[in-house]
Design a binder for this molecule. Structure first.
Ligand code: 13P
Ligand code: SF4
Length: 369
């Protein structure tokens, strides 16, 4: 993670408001005041996995695709992004030069994004190109560093999110014969299978092995090359949990995020992005029952929002995204205080050349309806 930050950004990472100085309750009081005072220059975006005390201050909440689309429309000077690093980078690229994107805690990264590095992708690409004459189109899940988005932009590919993966992959396969999909193997596999591509036509490229653990023949034969990456939160759900919950209560609808493993998605009743899950639950009749396989802050919020429905986590264990959880109200307050003093901290700024290449891939994604 740390190599993502410039020295200046590292220096500005300072949790400045201690509990001795200000209680949690007082943090919320001051935040409400500053949010109102600075409303003409600051907008707060919050991903669905943020904790409730942070979501309270979000002007716009959404999944990765919604937040990217919204970021592109914003006109406020400061955008405080309550989410993780790759999301703030995306927002920076989608907003104008005079707008500043702030991540309240610079250490809010994503373990999945860290599983694919630019040097590894370059190495994989060279090997893949040597192994086949067929055209390979790269698609990256938006959960990755801007340097990877730039790779995709420069190599004729697109970005996708969990909301539009199917559309983007079918676009990619209309542009060439093969797909290289990174960093999330599960989203790639689940989506391609849903589109009718058999599992035998998919191979896994593991960057920790020589040539990804693949022969040139395997690459030449495959339709889809999946990167060996995963989300540590969603990979924790199991098929046994689905079977156990269904056995206990056959009326329970199991709905999971497509970052879950293939056998979990296959055993579940339904799957989709965080927005899809929210929408399905919101539109279901009173008395409906859902076991949800996604991040716990969202599941708990849905349970509180819909008391007339039974909403539980699919897993008996704590499925918390610890990096999303790093964004705490007191760091949000530190961001607001710094803006008020005209000394903004934790600004996420993607170098111009990387942003230029990444934008080709982001624009492709936003143009594919
Ligand atoms: P979506 O926001 O696309 O549902 O993705 C979930 C996620 O893991 C974000 O990091
Ligand atoms: Fe990354 Fe998973 Fe957390 Fe999303 S939920 S930010 S993919 S670790």
């Amino acid at each position: 993670m740390l190599d993502l930050f410039s020295e200046e950004q590292e220096d500005s990472y300072k949790p400045t408001i201690t509990e001795a100085e200000l209680s949690d309750a007082d943090v919320l009081v001051e935040l409400r005041k500053l949010k109102e005072e600075l409303k003409d220059k600051v907008v707060v975006l919050g991903h669905h996995y943020q904790q409730d005390d942070v979501i309270e201050f979000a002007d716009i909440t959404g999944d990765s695709l919604q937040l990217a689309r919204e970021a592109a429309k914003l006109d406020k000077e400061y955008i405080i992004f309550c989410g993780v690093h790759f999301m703030a980078e995306t927002a920076d690229m989608l907003t104008s030069k005079n707008q500043k994107v702030i991540l309240p805690d610079l250490k809010a990264g994503c373990s999945m994004a860290d599983m694919a590095r630019r040097s590894e992708i370059d190495r994989a690409w060279n090997f893949i190109q040597k192994s086949t004459k067929e055209k390979v189109v790269p698609v990256t899940y938006i959960n990755c560093a801007a340097t990877l988005k730039a790779f995709v932009g420069d190599n004729g590919g697109s970005i996708c999110t969990s909301s539009n993966a199917e559309k983007i992959i079918s676009w990619a396969l209309s542009q060439g014969e093969k797909l290289l999909f990174f960093p999330d193997q599960h989203l790639g596999r689940n989506t391609c299978f849903k589109m009718g591509i058999p599992l035998e036509d998919m191979v896994i490229y593991n960057p920790n092995m020589l040539n990804g653990g693949l022969t040139s023949e395997q690459i030449d034969k495959a339709k889809v090359i999946l990167w060996y990456g995963f989300c540590s939160v969603h990979q924790g759900f199991t098929k046994d949990q689905v079977l156990a919950i269904k056995k206990k209560d056959p009326e329970m609808t199991v709905i999971v995020h497509p970052e879950c493993p293939f056998d979990v998605v296959a055993a579940s009743d339904d799957n989709g992005s965080t927005s899809y899950i929210i929408d399905k639950i919101a539109k279901s009749p009173a008395g409906s029952k859902f076991a949800v396989g996604t991040e716990i802050n969202l599941v708990n919020r849905l349970a509180a929002q819909f008391p007339d429905k039974k909403i539980v986590s699919l897993s008996p264990y704590q499925c918390l995204c610890t990096t999303m959880y790093r964004v705490r109200p007191r760091w949000l307050l530190a961001s607001f205080r710094a803006i008020k003093e005209n000394k903004p901290i934790n600004i996420i700024s993607v170098p111009e050349d990387i942003a230029h290449s990444s934008m080709k891939a982001l624009d492709r994604m936003l143009a594919i309806k």
